[in-house]
Design a protein around this ligand. Sequence first.
Ligand code: ADP
Ligand code: SF4
Ligand code: MG
Length: 332
Amino acid sequence: MSSESHELLVVKNLSTTFTTMGGPLPAVADVSFTLARNETIGIVGESGSGKTVLSRTIMGLQPRTNVSVTGSVLLNGNEMVGASEAAKRALWGTEVAMVFQDPMTSLNPVMRVGKQIDESLRVRLGMSKNDAKARAIELLELVGIPSPAQRYMAYPGQLSGGMRQRVVIAIALAGSPNLLMADEPTTGLDVTIQAQILNLLDDLKDRMKMSVVLVTHDLGVVATRTSRIVVMYAGRIVETGSTRDVFHRHRMPYTRALLESSPKVSNASHTRLVTIPGRPPNLLKLTDGCSFAPRCSFATDKCHTQRPELEAAGEPGHAFACWNPLPTTTEP
Ligand SMILES: Nc1ncnc2c1ncn2[C@@H]1O[C@H](COP(=O)(O)OP(=O)(O)O)[C@@H](O)[C@H]1O
Ligand code: SF4
Ligand SMILES: [Mg+2]
C-alpha cells in the first residue's frame, strides 16, 4: 500500500488552463494538497482566484474543449485527470458530489423536490420507485427539513433559500459520497441560516463519514469548521497550513489582507464587506513576479520579477510563498 492510502484525495501539480481569445488563461496553476478521510479542508481566496475552477477540475467537470488540465487528482485511488466521461460518471454521486452556491440553479423549478432526490437515487443507485421515495424522505429528514413527507411534494419556489440549500445537500448525499465539494454553499444566505447550513455540513460529515472541501471567499466561514486551509491567489496556493496557523501565524501579506477583509464575528450581522485595495491580476497578463506585488505594501524589486515558491514555515504542514514574509508572532 502506498504511504498516501489514508488520504482520500491527493491533488498534485494540478493546472487548468483555458484557451481564450486573449491567449492561454491559467485559472489554476500547480496546485498540490491532500485531504484525509473525515477531514474538512477550506479553500479560500477572493473572487476570481480559481476556487471554482479548482473544485470543478477535481470533480472532472471542466468543459470538453478549450481547456487543458495537467497534473493529477487521485480520488480514493481513482485518477480523475484524463479519465473518460464514463469513468467519471461512475464516480459522481458515489465517490464525489458537489453543492454549488445558488440552489436555484441546481434545482429544477418545475419539479417537486422529492422527485428530484428520487431521480438521483434511481439513476445513480438503480433503486425502485418505492424505495427511492422512502429514501428521499429519509434524506430530507437527515438534512433537517421538518415534515419531510409534506416537503417531498413541494416545488423549490415554495421553500426558503436555506431549505432549498438543504434539498441540494440531500441530493448530493443521495449516493453516500466519500467526498463532498461545497462551493460557497452559504453565500447569499443570511448569517443565521448560513451558520445552520455549515453546522449541518459538519454534522453530516461525521454521520456519513465523508471528507469535505469547503470553498469560500469568506475566512469567517472556515474559521471553526476546518482543520486545514488552502489560500489561493491568481490560481496558485500562496499559503497553506492548519486553520490555527493560517489565522494566527500567517506569513503571506495576502492572507492577512484576506483576514482583515473578512466580516468579524462581532459585527457579522451587517453584510458590508471590506475589500482588499486594488484588483486581482489579469490572468492573461501575469508577470514573472509575485502576482500580489501590485497590491502589496511589502513589495520589493525582487517581488516584481521573481515568483516566490511555496516554502515550509516552522510549523508542520505550514507553507507560504513570499519573499518578505510577515514576522512570526507568538499568538496562540
Ligand atoms: N470556462 C472558462 N473559460 C475561460 N476562463 C474561465 C472559465 N471559467 C473560469 N474562468 C476564469 O478563471 C478564473 C478563476 O475563476 P473561478 O474559479 O470562478 O474563481 P473563484 O471561484 O475563485 O471566484 C477567472 O479569471 C475566470 O474568469
Ligand atoms: S512576495 Fe513580495 S509582493 Fe508578494 S506577497 Fe510577498 S512581499 Fe508582497
Ligand atoms: Mg467561485
